[in-house]
Write a protein that binds this ligand. Sequence first.
Ligand code: FES
Length: 157
Amino acid sequence: MALPDELLAELDELILNYPDRRAGLIPALHRCQEELGGWLSPEILEDCAEYFDMEPVEVYGVASFYPMFHLKPVGKHVVGVCRNVSCELRGASDITSRVCRVTGAQAPGRNSTDMRFYVEHLECQGACADAPMIVVDGVYHENLEPDDVDTILGELS
Ligand code: FES
C-alpha cells in the first residue's frame, strides 16, 4: 500500500459519510488525484482497490468512465473548456483555440510540452447563463471573450 498514511486517515473519515464503504470510491479517487500529482496512476488505482476491497478492474472501470479523472500525467494547471451547447453557441470554439494557443497545448486532451498546462474539453458545468466558460484548477471563469483567456492564464504561477 503506497497511499500516504495521512491520506489513508482522511479516507477512513470520508467513508464514514456513506452507508456502504464502496460508495466512497468516487470521492476517494478525487482526493487521491488532488493529493498525488493530479492523476491516478495504476499503482494508486491498485491501492484504492485494496482499500475498498474491490478488484482493480472495477476501480479502473470507475476511474476511466468519468472524464474528471486523469489516468495519465497532467500539467501543473488544468484548463477545462466547456464545449456543451450554450457555451458552443456563445463562442467556445474560439475560447478553445485561444486556450490552446496561450498554453501551447496542441489540442484538448493534451499537455503543453513544458507540462505547465493540461487542456481538456468539459461537458456542461451548470454555468450556461454565463457562457462561455472555462475551469482553471477548479475555479470557474465565465462570460468570456478570447482576450480574457490571456489575462486569466497569464496570472498563473
Ligand atoms: S453549456 Fe457550458 S456551462 Fe452549460
